[in-house]
Design a protein around this ligand. Structure first.
Ligand SMILES: *Cc1c(COP(=O)(O)O)cnc(C)c1O
Ligand SMILES: [Zn+2]
Length: 440
């Protein structure tokens, strides 16, 4: 069975074939989405789909070994298996945090560890789909010379890795000095052309849109709806890992706002196909230093202004003018959504607190965890609620953040859970004293 898809304008409803190289509607400039033939998908029952997805979970068979391609019919049904570029993305752990649940008074907290992935962030989920699609376009003879993206560090790492796996040249535009060392090393190691620009992410985004207006360089930002299709698999995976039950809340950090839209799209398909019978509520979490969606939410989405994003430890969401704003508003309205914000102190201490429960939270996960703590304190959640917090990256990508936190040297942060190495000579008596002091 081949399920049909097309590119569909979310504003005016215009439709374009999948193999057209187009990122916004040519009639009204609206954002595009991949539209699936839901009636055809519904010809299979909910239990048939569950069985198919279960049989592929953690299998060794290409392409189903990937968490994304295990849901292939819902993601990009038309692609040939030989065009699929997978680096083993998805199928990430959903880890309970019983201590945080107890301390905040909610029923259950589950951390979806999307950062436990090839390039250390959830961006791998979208990039496997986009790069596979590019390989398929190239095989049709479309003259694509390279792929390109603007990035706050994680998109470029993922694009460079997947594209190099497929031998597709890559150009990345990065805001100079605004990403971590690890994030800068990743695309360099993959052999990408790394253009470090003296501007911020929003400035890089403007440049890449110009550069890719010539169709020989393919745009890989999340304005491109192919990315959303892969990222959408997180909702399906979460529900599957909960034994096909629906969480009451999902909390997700947002910058360019593609991921929150993807989360909503996944739940939408689960509901349409009858796998779930209700929707979770969604909380989008932003930092106070880059909060255009939070401000818009406060005005009930009537008033939207891009902001000048200020420096934040959550550098991957330091975005003032999110491309997917219209998509995200729809999602939040549909999911009875809430937008929260976190200060630098909030996000750093929320990450530190999680680390004391076995996690190793990056600053963006800190933003989401801080939103959980706030919503619980405000009484938005109750004692039986099951809350999934999306961890978007691996803490190891943000070692400068971790070092700064543990030495109490982050601007605007007073580290509640700091921990520093004790420098000693190998003097056993002195060492015993130090152990006694710590664990008396
Ligand atoms: C990209 C990214 C986000 C935000 O996702 P958007 O789709 O831009 O909203 C959050 N956290 C991390 C670690 C990211 O890399
Ligand atoms: Zn349109």
């Amino acid at each position: 069975m081949n399920y049909k898809t097309d590119l569909h304008c979310i504003e005016c409803g215009a439709s374009y074939p999948m193999n057209e190289i187009i990122y916004r509607c040519s009639k009204c400039d609206g954002l595009l989405e991949v539209r699936h033939d839901l009636d055809a998908l519904k010809a299979k029952s909910a239990s048939e789909w569950k069985e198919i997805f279960e049989s592929r979970f953690r299998t060794y068979r290409h392409p189903y070994s990937s968490g994304v391609w295990g849901k292939k019919e819902w993601v990009l049904p038309g692609i040939k298996d030989e065009h699929i570029v997978s680096l083993g993305e998805g199928v990430t752990p959903l880890v309970p945090m019983p201590k945080l649940a107890k301390d905040t008074g909610v029923g259950q907290v589950l951390l979806k560890q999307c950062g436990i992935s090839h390039t250390g962030s959830f961006k791998d989920l979208g990039m496997t789909v986009l790069v596979s699609h590019v390989v398929s376009l190239i095989s049709e003879g479309k003259g694509i010379r390279a792929v390109a993206c603007a990035s706050t560090g994680d998109t470029s790492a993922a694009l460079a890795a997947y594209a190099s796996a497929a031998s597709v040249p890559t150009i990345v535009f990065l805001p100079s000095g605004k990403i971590s060392h690890a994030q800068l090393m990743q695309p360099l190691s993959s052999g990408a052309l790394v253009l470090s620009l003296d501007t911020d992410f929003d400035g890089c985004m403007k440049v890449v849109r110009e550069i890719t207006s010539d169709n020989s360089i393919y745009l890989a930002n999340s304005m491109n709806p192919l990315r959303i299709e892969g990222q959408k698999s997180i909702s399906i995976e979460i529900v599957q890992q909960m034994g096909w039950e629906v969480p009451d809340w999902v909390i997700i950090p947002g910058g360019n706002l593609g991921n929150v839209s993807a989360l909503g799209a996944g739940f939408h398909m689960l509901k349409e196909t009858g796998i779930i019978d209700r929707m979770p509520r969604i909380c989008l979490a932003q930092t106070e230093n880059a909060n255009p969606m939070y401000l818009s939410f406060r005005s009930d989405y009537k008033d939207y202004q891009p902001v000048q994003a200020k420096k934040t430890q959550a550098s991957a969401i330091q975005i003032g003018d999110p491309v997917s704003y219209p998509r995200a508003v729809r999602t939040l309205q549909k999911f009875n959504g809430i937008v929260e914000q976190a200060s630098e102190d909030d996000l750093a201490n929320a990450a530190g607190r999680a680390d004391r429960e076995g996690m190793f939270a990056d600053p963006h996960t800190g933003v989401a965890l801080s939103a959980l703590i706030k919503l619980a304190e405000r009484g938005e959640m109750n004692k039986s609620d099951r809350v999934v917090v999306i961890s978007t990256a691996h803490g190891l990508k943000f070692s400068e953040f971790k070092t700064g936190y543990n030495s109490g040297k982050l601007d605007g942060v007073s580290s509640m859970y700091k921990n520093e190495p004790v420098e000693l000579t190998p003097d056993v008596k002195r060492i015993k004293d130090v152990i006694e002091e710590r664990f008396h």
